[in-house]
Design a protein around this ligand. Structure first.
Ligand code: DNO
Length: 394
């Protein structure tokens, strides 16, 4: 497997020279300042590539080449958006960047209610509290059908929480929910969120699925022609948020997507933490089932709670059996190499990390501290080396 590290570009508080010292040899990055739907110009891609290479690293994955909201919603004439997306892929291919990660979550990206929950060994972790989410959704946002999204027990706890909390507390929850949106994207206030949610009224899973299928049919043939492996990132968390449908949450969802266009270039980002938050997802089984189409892996772990809440745990400690998962990925690589020695290795990155030691002083992107991720990477690297030894002996 190829080790990689997410770098948010020149504005990232973590320097490429520091990434080099983590031992990772490649970088996952994106041109975050280009608006959704615009073409990524060749010159900008070349500039970013040169920056990465000057630090002794390679640019292995784009995360993300974002899909415009109009494509997700099937709104208006989208043909120029598809053209632009294809053009960006061609430009990336010209620069030799071969893997492109994207997601198909409408409106929001990853969603947490708490960005600094105490972690078990000190430091802090990202957390999704079902009660906090419900309290905000039902009592602050006052979304019409919000109550239907939560269990009786969660609603009871949410009501209690609402009674005992002030406006400041909920302002912070909203800020935390918005933290997953990439750099240049608009953050919403309660009022503007309420307004924008109107665009999704009556919008069903089936609608999103059909729009997604159209996207794949428009884009994957170009990816195949220019040798780019696309890989969808699962929904995080893997269920509907604010009543907006999500369709990349389960094994059945992934099956539908990969079968919609049965090409290698229509692949998956195996994000163990996102998929692992769903009570019914067996991440190791999902990885085995779709291993041939996994081009990129986000390795992190979560500890689930009975009411649907979850907290990000250390990389080897949560509910996902990380050792078994890495074994699946390494076995897949071994299989690929038997067919073709030059076949692609799976690229992985330590996804998120606890804020530990001096991480707090750096004010990095939530979930992306230097030391916490480096600890995760070291643990994953160790597991991977041990399994490789074992597999080579067979
Ligand atoms: C969160 C990330 C996601 C991911 C996008 C991919 O930490 O895993 O934001 O980059 O969903 O499009």
């Amino acid at each position: 497997m190829i080790e990689s590290w997410r770098w948010f570009g020149p504005l990232d508080k973590i320097q490429l020279t520091e990434i080099y010292q983590t031992g990772s040899n490649s970088v996952v990055t994106a041109l975050h300042d280009i608006s959704y739907g615009e073409i990524w110009p060749l010159s900008e891609i070349e500039k970013r590539k040169a920056m990465v290479e000057a630090a002794g690293l390679t640019w292995s994955v784009v995360e993300s080449l974002p899909v415009h909201e109009d494509i997700k919603l099937g709104r208006g004439n989208t043909s120029h958006l598809f053209n632009n997306y294809r053009k960006s892929l061609e430009n990336l291919a010209k620069c030799g960047v071969g893997v492109v990660c994207y997601n198909f979550m409408p409106l929001l990206d990853w969603t947490r209610t708490n960005l600094d929950a105490p972690a078990d060994t000190g430091g802090s972790a990202l957390r999704f509290s079902m009660a906090e989410m419900a309290a905000f959704d039902v009592f602050v946002l006052k979304r019409k059908e919000a109550k239907e999204s939560y269990s009786e027990e969660v609603l009871k706890n949410a009501e209690e929480l609402f009674k005992n909390s002030n406006q400041k507390y909920f302002d912070k929850i909203l800020r935390n929910i918005m933290a997953g949106l990439p750099g240049s994207y608009a953050r919403y206030s309660t009022e503007t969120l309420r307004e924008v949610l109107k665009n999704y009224e009556g919008f069903k899973h089936e609608d999103l699925r059909m729009n997604y299928q159209k996207f794949l049919r428009e884009i994957i043939p170009t990816a195949t022609d220019c040798g780019i492996r696309m890989c969808v990132h699962p929904d995080d968390p893997p269920w509907d948020v604010f009543g907006i449908p999500r369709v990349v949450s389960t094994k059945e969802d992934i099956s539908f997507i990969l079968e919609s266009v049965p090409a290698l270039e229509n692949g998956l980002t195996l994000c163990s933490g996102s998929l692992g938050a769903h009570p019914n997802n067996d991440v190791v089984k999902i990885a085995s089932r779709f291993s041939e189409r996994i081009h990129f892996a986000h390795l992190r772990n979560v500890k689930k709670e009975p009411d649907g809440s979850f907290q990000e745990s250390s990389h080897l400690k949560g509910d996902v059996n990380m050792v078994e998962l890495i074994k699946v990925l390494l076995k897949e690589e071994k299989k690929r190499k038997l067919v073709d020695v030059n076949s692609h290795e799976i690229i992985f990155r330590p996804d998120h990390g606890h804020e530990i030691l001096s991480d707090g002083e750096r004010n990095t992107h939530p979930g992306y501290p230097l030391l916490g991720r480096m600890k995760g990477l070291a643990e994953l690297r160790g597991v991977s080396k041990a399994i490789q030894n074992e597999l080579d002996l067979q």
